[in-house]
Design a binder for this molecule. Structure first.
Ligand SMILES: Nc1ncnc2c1ncn2[C@@H]1O[C@H](COP(=O)(O)OP(=O)(O)OP(=O)(O)O)[C@@H](O)[C@H]1O
Length: 364
């Protein structure tokens, strides 16, 4: 249950239905989502999952077909147009393609959202210059967008999104058009703004790496629904849904390793006492000598096919694929031993002469 004192975004049973070729298309299907003030909340999903449509309801750029949108304690659908305009100013947005005005200088782009306010030109420009300082682009104030790199354009867009001192920044695939190094720089900037300004960030992406780098919480979206959500380290170290598992595997390079294993003929003919196991460790388990304990205690042999350790926030997550061999009873006991030490064990398919019954019984 969310703590509603802390909740800044509160979507209640929100649905958005479009019409597509005369049929209803449920782009967002009965989603409830609470985001706390000061959070960096990631929403991940493949193209078409409904991420953009969902986050566009947060400022009513997209009106829901059903459900309530409560932001900063205000039910946005009950506001008058002027009230909604001022509520929207507190929700900045950045996009994959920056959406800058090419005929205006960098400075003019950043001051643009302030033009409708009754403040002097001097004050407006001072604010815009300060924001260019914040994003590290003051020296480019007289340049035009086309003279900037992608990362610089996104910095201008971020400065512009901050012009009205928003409480929330919605980032719609803001790093998807950028190279990995520039992506890191932009994510670091967003993290810095979150820490220094207390800015709540709602970030949508199809890239796990983005979520892992800066998000505290994550929701996984598929077919208009949130299928899994929670603390990033918890969700990704123990995925409950196949789609979440796919994101984890591809980001930890497990997908490539699995494909290689599948296509390696020598691994397709396991003997009766061999199994291929995919092990996931979290936190303390990554620092223990579990594999050597396993082989010693249960008289098993382990051959490592793939290993990787990643950090998500403060948590280390280890991924290991091994061929393990030994007697059936010892295999089962060994797997129980791993489970007891908090290791998730998955048996990978491989042709063998013996049934998996014994080991399967102990696989969670
Ligand atoms: N204005 C619209 N009219 C009709 N269908 C729409 C409209 N906007 C989005 N859709 C459809 O709604 C579904 C969800 O789209 P949405 O853009 O929200 O997904 P997404 O997860 O953000 O994917 P992407 O990253 O590709 O934009 C898609 O099937 C899309 O074609």
């Amino acid at each position: 249950m969310a703590n509603f004192d802390q909740t800044i975004v509160n979507l209640q049973d929100v649905s958005v239905t479009f019409e597509s070729s005369g049929k209803p298309l449920h782009a967002v299907d009965n989603v409830s989502l609470q985001i706390n003030r000061g959070d960096i909340y990631g929403i991940i999903g493949y193209s078409g999952a409904g991420k953009s449509t969902l986050v566009r309801t947060i400022n009513l750029l997209q009106k829901p077909t059903d459900g309530k949108v409560i932001v900063g304690g205000q039910d946005l659908q009950k506001l008058s147009n002027p009230q909604l305009r001022s509520a929207r100013k507190k929700i900045g947005m950045i996009f994959q393609h920056f959406n800058l005005l090419n005929s205006r200088t960098v400075l003019n782009n950043v001051e643009y959202p302030l033009l409708s306010q009754h403040i002097s030109k001097a004050k407006r420009q001072a604010k815009a210059k300060h924001l260019l300082d914040v994003v590290g682009l003051r020296e480019f104030e007289h340049s035009y967008p086309e003279q900037l790199s992608g990362g610089q354009k996104q910095r201008v867009a971020i400065a512009r999104s901050l012009a009205n001192d928003p409480d929330i920044l919605v980032s719609d695939e803001a790093t998807s058009a950028l190279d990995p190094k520039t992506t890191d720089d932009i994510l670091n900037l967003l993290q810095h703004l979150n820490k220094t300004l207390g800015l709540t960030i709602v970030l949508i992406t199809h890239e796990m790496q983005v979520i892992k780098s800066i998000c505290h919480h994550v929701a996984v979206m598929d077919d208009g629904k949130i299928i899994e959500r929670g603390n990033v380290a918890e969700v990704f170290s123990n995925p409950q849904q196949k789609l979440t598992q796919n994101f984890v595997d591809s980001s930890a390079n497990v997908t490539g390793a699995l494909e290689q294993i599948k296509s390696d003929p020598s691994l397709q003919k396991l003997s009766a006492d061999e199994r291929i196991l995919y092990l996931k460790f979290r936190g303390k388990a990554t620092k223990e000598s579990l594999i050597s304990d396993l082989t010693e205690l249960y008289h098993l042999k382990a051959n490592i096919l793939f290993a990787n350790i990643e950090r998500i926030g403060d948590t280390s997550i280890g991924y290991l694929i091994i061929i393990i061999s030994g007697k059936s009873k010892q295999l089962a006991d060994g797997i129980n031993f791993l489970n007891r030490h908090g290791v998730r064990v998955q048996l990978l398919p491989g042709k063998k002469e013996e049934s998996d019954k014994d080991v399967n019984a102990s696989i969670s």
